[in-house]
Structure formats: C-alpha cells, structure tokens
Design a protein around this ligand. Structure first.
Ligand SMILES: [Zn+2]
Length: 341
C-alpha cells in the first residue's frame, strides 16, 4: 500500500496537462468518488492498527498535495486564457481610430519644388538665418543707400548694423559662390524675415526658394527653359510662362515670371484679376559684379538666378486666399492637406 501511495504522489507531482479539460479529468480520476485516492482510503480501513497512524498521515498528505496541484493548474490556465483573450480579442470588432498626421502645406510645396529642381541636377544648399551685411546686401550689389537696407525692411539684431536676419535666401547663394568654383547648381530653401505689416498677402516671416546656376556659356534661354519646366511640373502640363522686364540689384537683365492662370485657363478670373496670368517669381542673369564679389571670373562664367516665395506658390497651387492661414496652426485648415504625401 505504501508503494501505491508513493506512486500516486509521484504522478500528482508530475502531472502536466496539455489542455484545460485534462485538469478536470485528472481531478475526477484521483479525487473523485470513484477515484484512485478514494480507493486507497477504502483499502486503508483494512490496514493493521499499528500501521494506521503512518498510512493515515501519508494519505492525508497525498490528498492535500493533489488538491493543491489541481488548484494551481486551474489558476495557471485561467491566467493564460486571460492573456490570450486580450491579445487576440474579437477580430470582427472595428479598430480604434488612428489620428492621421500630415505635413504642413508649406513643407509639401517646398519639397515638391526641391524635387523638381533635383531632377535638373540642382543640390540643396543651406545657410544661417542670422547674417551679416556682406552676404545679404553688399556682395549682391545693393548700393549703400538701397531702401532694403533700411530699418523699415530689415530686422537688425541689437545696435550692430552688421548683424541682421536675412531678408532673402540669396545670402546662401553668396556663401556657395565663395566656397565653390563653377559649375554651380544649387537650390536654397529657407526662412526669411522682413519688417512688414502682417496682412492676407504679407508676413514678417516667410519661406523662399532661390536657385543659382553658374557655368561657362549659361544663357537667358537656359534660364527660360528651366523655369518653363518647373512651371509645368508644379502647375500642370498645359502651363505657359511669360517674362516681364524687371529690376533686381543682383541680376542683369532681370525679369518677373508669370504663369498662365491654371484656374481659368488664361481667360481671366478673380484670382488672376482678369489678366489670365499669375506672378510666381523673379529671375535674371547674375550681375558680373556679384560674380566678381564672390571670387568668380565673370569673363569666363555666366549664370542665372531665380527666387520665389513658397507661400505664394502654395497659395496658387491650393487656392488659399489668405497667407496668414499658413502660420496659425489651425487644425481645420491643416487637416485639408492630410491626404497629400
Ligand atoms: Zn484666372
């Protein structure tokens, strides 16, 4: 009988169920009314009186261990079931809604413009927002009395007139020319700062993209073709451009570029103010004085530069009427760009 008790005790200790149902089977087989332990209890009745004490203790011990084992296995199975249900859950339940983030429209348009020029072989150049007079004005052929240097237009930092916030990203072009000999083909995106009253069409901070191409024999025709390619890529294949004579200190000759209005197809509407044309950028052949100021031989090299406001392009592309919307971080405005990549 002693062997039977030990053998059963061993089986209780080593029992490892493969399924939850086996735990109940096990309980019934050992502890049930017709179970093995109950059979041993019956057998115990006929044990010699002098052995009753020892066997009695052993049987009680076996019963306790078997009950503990069943309780422990049940708890384990319940915990595992809980974890599994939280992992798998109900596969047919609707998912929780994820908030979809989006790029700011200014970033979207800047990236598109950079990407178009990257296809033409332009690389992106960067420069500081806090500049000096040389890189923003003097090297770019601004005469000393030019109004852009005035406090009215430029933010100076402190009392030193040589520390200022750049008013255009042309300063990056100057830094590029100082660093590098032609061929140069760079695109310079960045924030610029002007002391202007904030309105639906002007802001004191805005974003520019300027481009510069310098090599031997670069002509006005090259510039026109590059800008036409850009206009078609951004505003659509049907887009045409026209150039009007203009003036900038750093280019000669200079021009303003208009694109055909993509809203009315050139017939005239309230966005293009009935003209059929939309102004998008300024451009021109780099003034030889600028090349020389930056250490580039103006007799050997020529080039063109162009610059545009990213806000302006984004307004035309998306039909936004008020520039201030770009700066207010109103999610009702920004959500409209969610689907754009
Ligand atoms: Zn129009």
């Amino acid at each position: 009988m002693k062997d039977k008790i030990n053998e059963l005790l061993e089986r209780v200790e080593n029992f490892r169920p493969k399924a939850v149902a086996e735990i109940e089977d096990f309980r019934v087989r050992i502890l049930g009314r017709k179970g093995e332990l109950t059979a041993l209890m019956e057998e115990f009745k006929s044990v010699a009186p002098e052995l009753k004490r020892e066997f009695g203790q052993k049987l009680n011990e076996l019963k306790r261990r078997a009950q503990e084992r069943v309780a422990a296995l049940r708890a384990e199975a319940e915990q595992a079931a809980g974890e599994a249900s939280s992992q798998i859950a109900d596969m047919s339940r609707p998912g929780s809604e994820e908030e979809l983030g989006s790029r700011h429209p200014i970033s979207l348009v800047r990236n598109q413009i950079v990407e178009v020029f990257a296809r033409l072989g332009y690389t992106v150049a960067d420069g500081p927002e806090i500049e000096d007079d040389w890189h923003v004005f003097s090297a770019l052929n601004f005469p000393p009395e030019h109004p852009a240097r005035d406090m009215q237009d430029t933010f100076f930092i402190g009392k030193n007139p040589d520390v200022l916030l750049r008013t255009h990203t042309s300063s990056i072009q100057v830094r590029t020319m100082e660093r590098q000999q032609p061929p140069i083909r760079v695109i310079c995106p960045g924030r610029v700062f002007r002391n202007e009253a904030i309105s639906y069409r002007a802001h004191c901070i805005f974003h520019q993209i300027e481009g510069l191409y310098i090599d031997e024999g670069v002509s006005f025709a090259d510039m026109k073709q590059s800008i036409l390619y850009f206009a078609k890529e951004i505003f659509g294949e049907e887009t045409t451009i026209r150039m009007r004579p203009s003036y900038f200190p750093f280019t000669e000759p200079s021009a303003e570029v208009d694109v055909s209005c993509n809203l009315c197809g050139g017939k005239g509407c309230n966005v293009c103010k009935g003209t059929g044309w939309l102004e998008i950028m300024g451009c021109g052949m780099v003034d030889p004085n600028v090349l020389e100021a930056c250490g580039i031989d103006s007799k050997r090299y020529s080039g063109f530069a162009f610059g545009m406001g990213v806000e302006r392009i984004a307004m035309l592309k998306y039909g936004v009427r008020d520039l201030r919307l770009y700066f207010e971080n109103d999610v009702r405005f920004l959500r409209q760009f969610e689907s754009a990549l």
